[in-house]
Design a protein around this ligand. Structure first.
Ligand code: NAP
Length: 308
């Protein structure tokens, strides 16, 4: 099976991971079924999807707890690369806090909820305003030296924050928004991550399902998506038109829109792994078909052009 290295770390993952914010993420999606979420995790692990992406804030707490339960039940700890994140301070309206003492406590709490004694990839979820980013990462480096985490990530960091965070070369992964509708990171961030052996993991790769090829002008959304401008009015219709152009290429190749889109990201420098979200086990299996999509240079250019 294909496997890809996370930054400079000793970790190798299936490039198709799992975004687990719909596993126990009751604060993000109303009416989530926890059993379905646990089944999503089981399906992932049993089918070679080993990078599982969660965070303290998904639930809050519940996503990590459910993932911990399933990994324990399956006895699968050494098959899974657990990625989790912290920074939201619940005693301060969930504002980001990157101070070394706060991050160290967050890691301890995540270890407990996940029922494990190490976290494979620990991210600072959001930058705060005050902590120098090399000091924040320095705290994670100490935890890495103690064996509590195995690699270091940052998320939602600007170019300047990333450079400061990586001053000593300790950052393995950057996770930020990147998709065909938001290509801002192509300007400075991706060249930097590529040059510094940092893995870039895009979130919202399918723009919360918009690029998945299933929605129509009549689809209605009852969760956070109804507040996203990409899902509103003319802009939504325009996005659907672009998806139809993608569908022509997908049909021609005999693949699905979602897989074509996901495969395109993996052609970008330093985008080594993806974490599409899934609410149902079938979606986990379905997204694995991305690995079968081979794009030639003309197709890569054409997809980029449709969304330029
Ligand atoms: P996404 O991957 O862009 O969209 C996921 C949604 O797309 C699914 O919930 C599903 O929605 C639909 N989908 C999944 N597979 C599909 C397929 N094969 N065909 C068609 N539609 C498909 O966005 P996301 O789930 O919001 O983000 C991915 C992950 O990124 C999250 O789980 C989370 O782990 C991470 N994330 C991180 C941050 C951060 O600050 N670091 C922020 C946001 C997200 P329906 O079933 O409703 O159609």
């Amino acid at each position: 099976t294909t496997s890809t290295q996370l930054g400079k770390s000793e970790l190798y993952v299936n490039p198709i991971g799992l975004g687990a914010n719909a596993v126990g993420g009751h604060n993000l999606y109303p009416n989530l079924d926890e059993e379905a979420g646990k089944e999503v995790i089981r399906t992932a692990i049993q089918n070679g999807v080993n990078l599982i992406d969660t965070a303290f804030i998904y639930g809050p707490r519940r996503s990590e707890e459910l993932i911990g339960q399933v990994i324990k039940e399956l006895g699968a700890r050494n098959q899974v690369v657990i990625a989790t994140k912290g920074a939201h301070d619940e005693n301060n309206n969930y504002a980001p806090n990157n101070s070394p003492s706060f991050l160290k406590q967050q890691v301890e709490d995540s270890l407990n909820r996940l029922q494990t004694d190490y976290i494979d990839l620990y991210y600072i979820h959001f930058p705060d305003e005050n902590t120098p980013k090399d000091e924040a990462v320095g705290a994670l480096k100490e935890l890495k030296d103690q064996g509590k985490i195995r690699s270091i990530g940052v998320s939602n960091f600007s170019m300047e924050q990333l450079k400061q965070a990586n001053k000593d070369g300790y950052v393995d992964v950057l996770q930020s928004e990147y998709n065909l509708l938001n290509r801002e990171v192509e300007r400075e961030i991706l060249p930097y991550t590529a040059a510094n052996q940092i893995t870039f993991i895009p979130y919202f790769p399918l723009v919360s399902g918009l690029l998945g090829g299933k929605y129509t002008k009549d689809t209605r959304f009852d969760d956070f998506r109804k507040d996203n401008p990409e899902f509103q009015g003319e802009r939504y219709l325009h996005n659907l038109e672009k998806v139809e152009q993608i569908r022509k290429i997908a049909d021609h190749k005999g693949v699905e829109v979602a897989h074509l889109v996901l495969a395109w990201y993996l052609t970008r420098d330093s985008v080594d792994a993806l974490i599409p979200g899934a609410k149902r086990p079938e979606q986990v299996l379905n997204n694995l078909k991305t690995l079968e999509v081979k794009l030639n240079e003309a197709e890569i250019a054409e997809i980029g052009h449709i969304f330029s």
